[in-house]
Structure formats: structure tokens, C-alpha cells
Design a binder for this molecule. Structure first.
Ligand code: KG4
Ligand code: ZN
Length: 354
């Protein structure tokens, strides 16, 4: 089954053709990140304008690369949410038009669920039950999948997301948006044998008996710490590197401990890391060593970094396993879609905190 996936939820315009949810025939991506860098974040109106400019060339490039005619496609899949309304509308309305013109079924996709499907690319056989950690710019969630159709939300963030915490910290350091990868690169320079460790940040909710997250206190603590260092004349290169290291440690410690807790509680056969922050090398390394300490076998799946960040491959792959075509007239963008109250029929809504 050959599905054209379309992704326009934020500042990336992406399209891909994926066969049977695992083989990538082609994919193309245009990003307005250079513009966001200039403004220190995503300007919704600007992002939507860039989506409009890029959507047709990106879809055209994807189809050309795949050497397929539209008539050879089996379906079109599109991200309907969550995301920025202006950006989402560009993808959704384009997909609706193509669905009508080409006479192809249209499959609406939840962007957050789609992130997990990057792990199925490349003919990997993932076994259920599966615990998934989604860590993106705006979301931090743990889910349990008993099958593609039975998905339970285990916990999420009460306030800010892990990615946002990376991005806000980057801003404090003066790094361009989005700053996760740049903070990680700086943190790598830190010599862990350095005895002069004088920056410590909190690990919110880490020791508490819940699968919920909270990062807003960490963001505030990071801001206070930079203010303290500046006031004391200590905000120099060495301190900045140590600061980047400590924020990365704080975020990844919390993510690893919560994931481990979910894994020990539900004893799944697989663990999937997904979303932009899952590209973080330190997180990947720490998750692998934590899983290594367990007595029961569990396969850890971490998509390659380029499939962790936003792309359309994951959208087309997700649609293959969640084939719920909807008449194009009924497909609508929904900026506030989440994994807690997923509106497609394939998810079972159940929230637990233990
Ligand atoms: O999934 P994604 O591409 O977009 C959303 O759906 O939000 O995630 C973007 C987030 C940003 O916050 C970005 O800073 C973060 O992922 N990110 C990273 C890394 N690469 C991207 N955070 C930490 N380390 C990285 N290597
Ligand atoms: Zn995303």
C-alpha cells in the first residue's frame, strides 16, 4: 500500500511516500527554521506563509522522486493536529483538495501518535505490549500500546515540555531557536571529571510516584541560576558549558526515571523513544544503560535522529496502521489534539497515575 504523507503542523513542510508503513520511497522537507532563528522562535503567521510557499513544490518533489503517478497512490495521509492552526490548515486543505481531485481516500493523522511510527520504518518488527515516550517541542507523554488499536495514556507533562525546556535554556545561553541540539553540543564539551561542579538544577517530580512530568519549575530554576551567575560575575564560557551539561542532565534524568518506572510497572516487550528530543545522544545513552539493568528482556527502538524530528514519513507510516479514511468534507484541522483525549476511534482513553 503506497501512502502519500503530508506534514505541516509547525515550521516544517514535509511530504513522503511510504510503502506498507515501513519502506520509504521518497521524502522531501522544507523548513522555515532560518526565519525562526532570526525571531528567536516560531512566529505563527510567518510559519503559515512559508507553508503556503513550500507545500506544492514539496509534494511535487516527493512524487517526482518516488517515480509514481498520483493514480498509483492508495491513500493520502495528513497531520490534522496538534500544531499551529495556520500551518495545519495549509496541509489539511491541500490534502483535501488532492483527495478530491485524485479520487484517493484521505486519512487524518494525529502528529503525536505519528512520531512513534518512525520506529516502524525499515521493516523493524516491534512487539507489543510497547511503552512509548514522546518528547517533542510542545509535548512530553508516556503511552502504553497493547496493539495498534489499543493505546493508553500513562502520563504527560502538567505544564511545559522537555523540548521547550531545552529551547528556553538555549535562549538563556544566547543560542538560536530551536536550541535542543545546540545545548547538547555545548554539553558535550563538559569534562565530567571537573571537580569544580557548582551548578545544580532540580529534577522535578523525579522521585514522586507518578508518571506525570513537570518542567516549568526547572525552567524557572535555570533562569534564576543564570541570573545568580551573572550577578556574581561567573557567567563565562566554562560556566556556560557546565550549565548546558547540567540542564541536559536534569531533563534526561527525569525522562529516564519516568520511562524506567513505566517499563517496570507494565513490563512491555518494546520501548520506543520518539519526538525531536529523542534525537538527543545523552538521552539515548542513558535510556540504554537504564534498560540494561532490568532482569526481563525488552527491545529498545530509537528512530534515527532525522526521523525523530518532524517529518512526513512518520505520518504516512502511522496512516498505514490506522487506516480510517474520512470523507474529505469532514476532515478538519484540530490544533489542540493530544494523546490524552485522542479523537480518532483507534485509541482508548484512559489516564492513570501510579
Ligand atoms: O518533534 P519535533 O521536531 O517538533 C515538535 O513536534 O515539537 O521536536 C522539536 C524539539 C525542539 O524543542 C528541539 O530543540 C528538540 O526537539 N531537539 C532536541 C535535539 N534535537 C531536537 N533536543 C535535545 N537534543 C537534541 N539533539
Ligand atoms: Zn513533532
Amino acid at each position: 500500500m503506497q501512502i502519500l504523507g503530508i506534514e505541516t503542523s509547525c515550521d516544517e513542510t514535509a511530504a513522503a511516500v511510504v510503502v506498507d508503513g515501513k519502506q520509504v520511497l521518497s521524502h522531501a522537507l522544507a523548513s522555515s527554521v532560518a526565519i525562526q532563528e532570526k525571531y528567536g522562535g516560531v512566529v505563527p503567521e510567518q510559519a503559515a506563509r512559508e507553508q503556503l510557499k513550500a507545500i506544492i513544490p514539496v509534494i511535487h518533489e516527493t512524487l517526482t522522486q518516488s517515480s509514481l503517478q498520483p493514480s498509483q497512490l492508495d491513500a493520502i495521509a495528513v497531520t490534522v493536529g496538534p500544531g499551529l492552526i495556520g500551518s495545519l490548515l495549509v496541509g489539511v486543505e491541500t490534502a483535501k483538495t488532492l483527495s478530491w481531485v485524485w479520487g484517493k481516500p484521505l486519512i487524518p493523522v494525529n502528529h503525536l501518535l505519528a512520531h512513534f511510527y518512525a520506529a516502524w520504518i525499515g521493516d523493524r518488527a516491534l512487539q507489543f505490549p510497547l511503552v512509548g515516550l514522546l518528547v517533542s517541542g510542545g509535548h512530553t507523554d508516556l503511552i502504553l500500546m497493547q496493539s495498534h488499536k489499543h493505546i493508553q495514556h500513562l502520563g504527560g507533562t502538567r505544564d511545559d515540555a522537555a523540548g521547550e525546556t531545552f529551547d528556553k535554556t538555549a535562549r538563556l545561553i544566547g543560542l538560536p531557536y530551536p536550541g535542543g541540539a545546540a545545548v547538547a553540543a555545548l554539553a558535550e564539551k563538559y569534562n565530567t571529571k571537573n571537580e569544580k561542579r557548582n551548578i545544580t538544577l532540580p529534577r522535578p517530580l523525579m522521585a514522586e510516584n507518578t508518571l506525570e512530568f513537570s518542567f516549568s519549575g526547572l525552567k524557572t530554576a535555570a533562569l534564576r541560576e543564570t541570573q545568580r551567575l551573572k550577578e556574581q560575575g561567573l557567567w563565562h564560557d566554562e560556566a556556560i558549558v557546565q550549565f548546558a551539561y547540567e540542564i541536559q542532565e536534569a531533563i534526561t534524568d527525569v525522562l529516564v526515571q519516568k520511562t524506567l518506572k513505566a517499563v517496570v510497572t507494565y513490563r512491555p516487550k518494546s520501548l520506543v523513544l520518539a519526538g525531536g528530543v529523542a534525537a538527543n545522544a545523552r538521552l539515548r545513552e542513558k535510556v540504554l544503560s537504564a534498560i540494561d539493568t532490568l532482569e526481563f528482556p525488552i527491545a529498545v527502538h530509537m528512530p534515527p535522529p532525522e526521523l525523530c524530528t518532524d517529518n512526513a514519513v512518520m505520518v504516512a507510516a502511522c496512516a498505514y496502521y490506522h487506516q480510517n479514511p474520512v470523507p474529505f468534507q469532514q476532515v478538519q484541522a484540530n490544533p489542540s489534539l493530544s494523546l490524552r483525549d485522542f479523537s480518532l476511534p483507534t485509541i482508548t482513553h484512559k489516564s492513570t497515575s501510579n
